[in-house]
Design a protein around this ligand. Structure first.
Ligand code: DO4
Ligand code: MG
Length: 290
């Protein structure tokens, strides 16, 4: 089952749609988690053209992130890392990082709430005080009320890595700020996800490809159940929590995302999440770093 969340441009009403071919059938549900496992849409009801929604050109509806999550948690050091990580001059490194890469538990951090989550075609945030904002293509898990994986989506764990590289204690400032997380376009059940799904990421400027990276999901060190369990140890998670399960694709140069750059992330079985870099304006004066 492949579901999307859309919003009427006129009434601001949100509704879940069921994707079948190029048609998105409107349902009576306003949240993914209300949709029963064996759901079949009413094919006499309204349907919309999926490509128009994906391209942001449907006149009546806008495609949103598939869920407005109460919490988003993120993982680090979950994949076997390729040589591009060692090559990158801006990736934080040192004994704490080496230990985490070799440890038998992943890094887990609180990423954000739905307040800072954007959807397909929206701007992803670039802090004005960051010299290296990275896009992090990540498979994401959506949990049900029993903290079990029920849906999967594509995510971008946008990160101001130069800030964490100054000091690992600045992790929250590297990871959490306006529009730091993008999700979408679809939420899919596990049967839609190929066993060895490939994740691809492109960064483009003026239609030129600046970067392309890809990774196979088989390089992940833990199962989805193990990851959900790590996140929920001594930590009850509300229904609809999103887990971003880490990245293995990173640009092996020191060039970060700039205002207007386009980032496309594709995961087999789910689809392509497209966003544009957006230079943020701080709501308060900025003091900068020493
Ligand atoms: O502290 C680093 C965070 C790492 C991360 O977000 C990832 O591996 O995806
Ligand atoms: Mg990440």
């Amino acid at each position: 089952m492949k579901l999307a969340r859309i919003e009427s441009r006129i009434k601001s009403k949100q509704v879940i749609g069921y994707l079948d071919g190029d048609k998105l059938w409107l349902t009576q549900h306003s949240s993914l988690l209300q949709v029963p496992e064996n759901f079949q849409p009413d094919r006499t009801a309204n349907s919309l053209e999926w490509t128009a929604l994906l391209d942001g050109v449907d006149r009546d509806y806008k495609l949103l992130a598939p869920i407005n999550p109460p919490e988003v948690w993120a993982f680090g050091f979950t994949y076997e890392r390729g040589p591009q990580f060692a090559a990158s001059p801006v990736i934080p490194s040192g004994p704490a990082y080496t230990a985490a890469i070799n440890a038998n538990r992943p890094e887990i951090f609180f990423k954000t709430t739905g307040f800072r989550v954007v959807g397909p075609n929206d701007g992803i945030g670039i802090r004005g005080d960051s010299t290296y904002t990275a896009v992090e293509p990540e498979l994401c898990i959506i949990l049900n009320k029993d903290m079990k994986p029920v849906f999967f989506t594509v995510g971008n764990d946008v990160s101001a890595w130069d800030i964490e590289a100054r000091n690992p204690l600045y992790l929250a400032q590297c990871k959490t700020y306006e529009a730091c997380c993008s999700l979408g376009p679809l939420a899919v059940t596990i049967d839609e996800l190929p066993l060895n799904a490939e994740i691809n990421c492109w960064v483009k400027r003026d239609e030129k490809i600046l970067f392309h990276g890809s990774i196979k999901q088989s390089l992940m060190r833990w199962s989805f159940d193990e990851l959900s369990n790590f996140a929920a140890e001594y930590n009850p998670l509300p229904e609809g929590t999103v887990l971003m399960i880490g990245t293995a694709i990173i640009r092996p140069d020191a060039n970060g995302l700039l205002d207007g750059d386009i980032c496309e992330i594709t995961i087999d079985g789910i689809g392509t999440l497209v966003n544009r870099g957006r230079l943020l304006i701080s709501p308060v004066p900025v003091s900068g770093f020493d």
